[in-house]
Design a binder for this molecule. Structure first.
Ligand code: PMP
Length: 379
């Protein structure tokens, strides 16, 4: 028997309490019991997003909420600025183009982010831009964008800041109201410790006003109609009821731990992961602004990153992630978000030592584990 571990950046492992909730008898969605559950979950999500805005819950993967944000804010021909540091920034641009928007892309090489000064210059150059589309934790490269700084730049302008927090909600703070973020989108399957299937979107007052003049076609994603339904504790269409029961429990677990502690746990895990990897002489892919959700690591010289991923799976029954697109084979990604504790990370690092030895890379056993243990035992 080889015990299975899931250390990929989503879907993430589910706590037993959540698994149990998912197996409860189904609720009908036009009942008072459902309404109470729906209202509680939406209030919990607003607490996580630190917003007084309504959080709209949609049955979709995270990309659904990205598309919902674009079609509800924009009209064909509108200009948008996209911060593009990896695959999910690229997705923002693809969605925008699919609806006939004009994309001004701010690119950073993979592993890097776009500094606020470049965003400021773009906002000056395209003052009519309808939205600035950004990604708080760019899962594909393991970097964190400086959303607080971007928000300080968009606050006094016409351009709305729209932030993808799919891999950062419940991992690192994104206080929507305090920072002045206009739209936050997210999903259920990462920091929230739930299965995939729900997407979330919250809009500030000025973002709601922008929806009135947005002309992109929409039906399922018509957020204004959905807002009216959800204010009455109902969803317009049949929601993923079972998932909602799991989400209710998962949000309760995060609240019981306390948000500051949740963020601190992820920060420690990430620092321990980075220390462990560097102790093996490997190079971190995202050195300057690493995300606390996932650590991207360069494959050692002469080693295919996909072989590392395969060895984790085949020899150790652990799922990690490889590189996406052009990064395939060049990096591998060890995730530490959601229902992950210190000893899960220790497992991931101990396996890395074995994987590297198996691939002929010289490694001192215990080096990565020791570096992580030193961080865990110090603080
Ligand atoms: N944005 C980010 C930052 C993500 O990590 C992901 C999922 N990996 C997505 C968007 C897309 O989410 P989904 O696959 O749920 O549509």
């Amino acid at each position: 028997m080889k015990k299975y571990y899931l250390l990929a950046p989503g879907p993430t492992p589910l706590p037993p309490e959540v698994l149990q909730a998912l197996s409860r008898p189904i609720l009908h969605h036009r009942t008072p019991e459902f309404e109470a559950l729906f209202a509680r979950v939406r209030a919990g999500l607003a607490e996580l997003l630190e917003t007084r805005s309504e959080v709209i819950v949609l049955a979709a993967s995270g990309t659904g909420a990205m598309e919902a944000a674009v079609v509800n804010l924009c009209s064909p021909g509108d200009e948008v600025i996209v911060v593009r540091c990896g695959k999910f920034g690229e997705r923002w641009a693809e969605i925008a183009r699919a609806f006939g928007l004009r994309v001004q892309a701010l690119d950073a090489p993979y592993g890097h982010t776009v500094p606020p000064e470049r965003v400021a210059a773009a906002l000056d150059a395209y003052p009519g831009a309808r939205a600035l589309l950004a990604t708080q934790s760019e899962t594909s490269t393991g970097i964190l964008e400086d959303i607080e700084a971007y928000a300080a730049l968009t606050r006094g302008r016409e351009t709305l800041l729209v932030v993808d927090t799919v891999s950062s909600l419940g991992v690192v703070a994104c206080p929507m109201d305090t920072w002045g973020v206009d739209v936050v989108v997210s999903g259920s399957q990462k920091g929230l410790m739930c299965p995939p299937g729900f997407a979330f979107v919250a809009l500030s007052e000025r973002a709601w006003r922008a929806t009135e003049r947005a002309r992109c076609p929409r039906f399922y994603w018509d957020l204004e109609t959905e807002r009216r339904w959800q204010a009455k504790r109902q969803a317009q269409f049949t929601p993923a009821v079972s998932l909602l029961m799991g989400l209710d429990v998962a949000i309760g677990l995060l609240q019981a731990e306390g948000l500051p502690q949740v963020y601190r746990r992820h920060d420690r895990l990430a620092r321990a992961a980075r220390a462990g990897v560097e102790a093996l002489g490997l190079t971190l892919f995202a050195r300057a602004t690493p995300s606390p959700a996932v650590t991207a690591i360069e494959a050692p010289p002469g080693v295919d990153g996909e072989a590392v991923v395969r060895a984790y799976g085949e020899a150790h029954n652990i799922t990690i992630a490889g590189g996406q697109g052009e990064m395939k084979g060049k990096i591998f990604r060890l995730a530490h978000l959601g229902y992950v504790g210190e000893y899960d990370l220790i497992v991931g690092l101990a396996a890395l030592e074995r994987v590297l030895v198996g691939l002929g890379v010289p490694v001192e056993f215990g080096a990565a584990v020791g570096a992580a243990q030193r961080i865990f035992s110090k603080e």
